[in-house]
Design a protein around this ligand. Structure first.
Ligand SMILES: [Ca+2]
Ligand SMILES: [Ca+2]
Length: 198
């Protein structure tokens, strides 16, 4: 709860809203929504980001039409990734302005694997809509992670799940991910849903 307020307050700080004109196209305002959602990504915990990345890999193309449209608005050379210059150029063209230093922070937060570029999955994880975070989707991701079906997630369970996905995660990192979101040993679905929808 607190985190959400902080994010919203900071967001108001980042954006100098010029107001939308009545004749602004639907596409313009829908991509602006994507950008607004994206801009709060700076405040994400690692746990939430990791789970969003998993969620993205489970979504169908048909559920990501809006995200794809927005992605190609940024990826102007159609290389399949967004570099920092592309991000700056696209955001500079928006009716709302963001400072360079906010852009850098945002870019680094979305470039979750530190590859120096924002790929489609990273972009999408950062710009998911409330619909994508429906109870149905969250329950299915939770059940997917709760492989022992005992109703909670643990740092240890996360480590073994990551190993299955071919991703490295040390016990210390998993522990730190739980600590960051204020969870001890066991994360229930309710807590999980809370973290994911904040
Ligand atoms: Ca590109
Ligand atoms: Ca990347």
């Amino acid at each position: 709860m607190d985190k959400r307020l902080t994010a919203e307050q900071a967001l108001n700080h980042i954006w100098i809203t010029k107001g939308e004109t009545a004749n602004q196209s639907h596409e313009g305002s829908s991509s602006r929504k994507v950008i607004e959602r994206m801009s709060s990504f700076v405040f994400n915990s690692r746990f939430r980001t990791e789970i969003l990345m998993i969620l993205v890999s489970h979504l169908k193309d048909s559920e990501l039409v809006e995200n794809k449209k927005a992605f190609y608005k940024f990826d102007t050379d159609f290389s399949g990734s967004i570099d920092f210059d592309e991000m700056v150029k696209t955001l500079d063209n928006e009716p709302t302005k963001m400072t360079r230093s906010s852009m850098t922070k945002l870019y680094n937060a979305i470039d979750f694997d530190d590859s120096g570029e924002i790929g489609f999955s990273e972009f999408t994880a950062a710009s998911l809509a409330d619909d994508h975070l429906s109870e149905k989707n969250l329950k299915s991701i939770f059940n997917y992670l709760d492989r022992q079906r005992n109703g909670h997630l643990t740092p240890k369970g996360l480590v073994s799940h990551f190993r299955l996905m071919g991703k490295k995660l040390s016990a210390e990192e998993a522990r730190a991910m739980f600590d960051e979101v204020g969870v001890g040993e066991k994360m229930t679905y309710e807590r999980f849903a809370d973290i994911m929808t904040q």
